[in-house]
Design a protein. Structure first.
Length: 140
């Protein structure tokens, strides 16, 4: 069987097996990963720390200069809002600009999660700040 671009290869094995596969089969590293974090509040800063720890280049768009911790990563701008309708539009816009982008969104209201997913977000966070903190402690 020939693998095509619309297929996903799923591998299973020991760590040694996977390392061997990487050494023998992988011909070139993937494209560099970059990210844009909209908003430098608590969740944005936690996201930025996680991206830094994993070595992912990123920029944080933030309108309040007092939220900027590492100014080389920050861009002054106002792209954050708490209006889910605008978030749906921005998600659709970003998805059209980059079909390969991984889009993580934050919803204000629970009933908008499915709409944001249909708009193109792979992950939508919704809930209290404690829920978001636990999410980034677990996955960040």
């Amino acid at each position: 069987m020939l693998l095509t671009d619309d297929m996903t290869l799923l591998l299973s094995g020991t760590q040694q097996d996977l390392d061997t596969y990487d050494q023998q089969i992988r011909t070139a590293p993937g494209p560099p990963v970059t990210a844009i974090v909209i908003g430098g509040g608590r969740v944005g800063r936690a996201t930025s720390r996680s991206l830094t720890l994993t070595g992912i280049e990123h920029q944080v768009v933030e309108k309040a200069s007092d939220q900027m911790v590492l100014t080389s990563r920050y861009v002054i701008g106002d792209a954050l809002n708490h209006d889910d309708d605008i978030n749906v539009y921005l998600t659709l816009y970003c998805r059209r600009q980059g079909p390969d982008l991984q889009i993580l969104r934050r919803a204000t209201l629970q009933h908008n999660v499915s709409t944001l997913r249909r708009a193109g977000a792979e992950l939508v966070l919704v809930g209290k700040h404690d829920d978001e903190r636990r999410f980034f402690e677990r996955y960040g």
